[in-house]
Design a protein around this ligand. Structure first.
Ligand SMILES: Cc1ncc(COP(=O)(O)O)c(C=O)c1O
Length: 403
């Protein structure tokens, strides 16, 4: 038998399967999963079947053909209009369409990071961003957050330290609105402060924004990109949560020279994002389906967010604390005295509830007491029952560990 391990590159040996994907494998039908990060399938637009048929019937010669690496021009034009509502301005050559934001994260890492470079992130941050960046062997520096997002004094301290250590900072990666995993949104003052620090130290910011479409409480927070007077923000967003993740279409907006390099890297990865999916997204935008659907999705998710917060208040013991997100898909809970990764197998097998342990969202995997809870996929009843089961698992674990 061929010894596969010895064939792997050094880079590959650093790769690690996402804990979420591993976890989803064990979740059987009787388990309530608060784990994954999936949209509620009832939010997928019903019109997609007609759109797909129309696109293939009338635009097939382009929609089924190879396309430009940078993406379909008409889709970019629609995105320019779509983003203008958030104060984001872009020309066609400042946009590239990607295969979801996940590809964008990999491509940004691929074109910027050499081993040992510093990448700054929130702490905790999106675990698949860590997974994407880590393949390029950076030194990831996580900056603590509070209820207003990344703490700017700590950021400046870390920037100064990297500079004095002679380490090159390649970018600061942030999810400023309804962050995955914590649900925290960065305050406006912090956003301004972040832009000032980026300017002062001449740093690139990577802004990942899949969730700002789902703000439930009438609180609006502008994207960093709309405050980006020096063109130092690479902005990424996605149709995954506003159409459906299965179409795998996202986009990046940034400095045109960076976009050209991203396109160069993307050429080698997948030539271009599925033209069929791009045409479907284009038609969904053109027909106003996303604009019409969004208020309904917000309503569905607001009810679920409220149900989760209510259930947590109702069932959790006093050792548990949690965030109160103004939107997005996740609540972040922490339990004093419990290692959530150790509790998971028992939670799944005995209590029939799943969540994502917090550890893998920390660049150094050094915090063990937190967990990510998703409220968009389960029904309201499942949320109440899931949180009730989880509270029992936690009580059991607290008792077992003597807390
Ligand atoms: C913060 C963040 N970035 C990127 C992604 C990847 O999304 P996509 O489906 O567009 O690849 C997700 C998905 O959950 C996410 O939460």
């Amino acid at each position: 038998m061929m010894e596969v391990k010895s064939l792997l590159s050094e880079r590959t040996q650093f790769m690690k399967a996402s804990d979420i994907r591993e976890l989803l494998k064990w979740v059987t039908e009787d388990v309530i999963s608060l784990g994954g990060g999936m949209p509620d399938p009832s939010t997928f637009p019903k019109e997609l079947a007609d759109i797909a048929r129309d696109v293939i019937a009338t635009k097939g010669s382009s929609a089924l053909q190879y396309g430009k690496t940078e993406g379909v021009d008409e889709l970019k034009d629609e995105l320019i209009r779509f983003m203008a509502k958030d104060g984001i301005k872009a020309d066609r050559d400042e946009i590239i369409i990607t295969t979801g934001s996940q590809e964008a994260l990999d491509l940004v890492g691929r074109i910027t990071i050499d081993a040992g470079n510093v990448v700054i992130t929130e702490r905790p941050t999106y675990l698949a961003a860590l997974q994407a960046f880590k393949a390029y062997r950076p030194n990831i520096v996580g900056i603590d957050m509070d209820s207003e997002g990344m703490v700017m004094d700590k950021l400046e301290e870390a920037v100064k330290k990297s500079i004095s250590d002679g380490r090159r900072i390649k970018f600061i990666y942030v999810i400023p609105t309804c962050q995955n995993p914590t649900g925290i949104s960065m305050s406006i003052d912090r956003r301004k402060h972040l832009m000032e620090l980026a300017s002062k130290y001449d740093l690139l910011i990577v802004e990942d924004n899949p969730y700002s479409y789902f703000l439930f409480d009438g609180i609006y927070v502008p994207p960093l990109k709309s405050m980006d007077y020096e063109n130092r923000v690479v902005y990424m967003s996605t149709f995954s949560k506003i159409i459906a993740p299965g179409i795998r279409v996202g986009w990046v907006v940034g400095n045109r020279e960076l976009i050209r390099w991203i396109a160069m890297a993307k050429q080698a990865v997948d030539l271009h994002t599925s033209t069929l999916s791009q045409y479907i997204a284009l038609e969904a935008l053109r027909r106003g389906i996303i604009e019409r659907n969004l208020p309904r999705i917000r309503e569905v998710y607001k009810v679920k967010r409220d149900a989760m917060l209510d259930a947590l208040a109702k069932y959790m013991p006093e050792q548990v604390t949690w965030t109160r997100p103004i939107g997005g898909m996740f609540v972040w809970a922490s339990v004093n005295g419990v290692r959530t990764e150790d509790m998971l197998p028992v939670a799944v097998s005995k209590y029939k509830v799943a969540y994502v342990p917090g550890k893998s969202f920390y660049p150094a995997e050094d915090v063990h007491t937190s967990m990510r809870l998703n409220f968009t996929y389960p029904s309201v009843d499942m949320i109440y029952e899931g949180i009730r089961r989880l509270s029992n698992a936690i009580r059991d674990e607290l008792k077992r560990s003597g807390n």
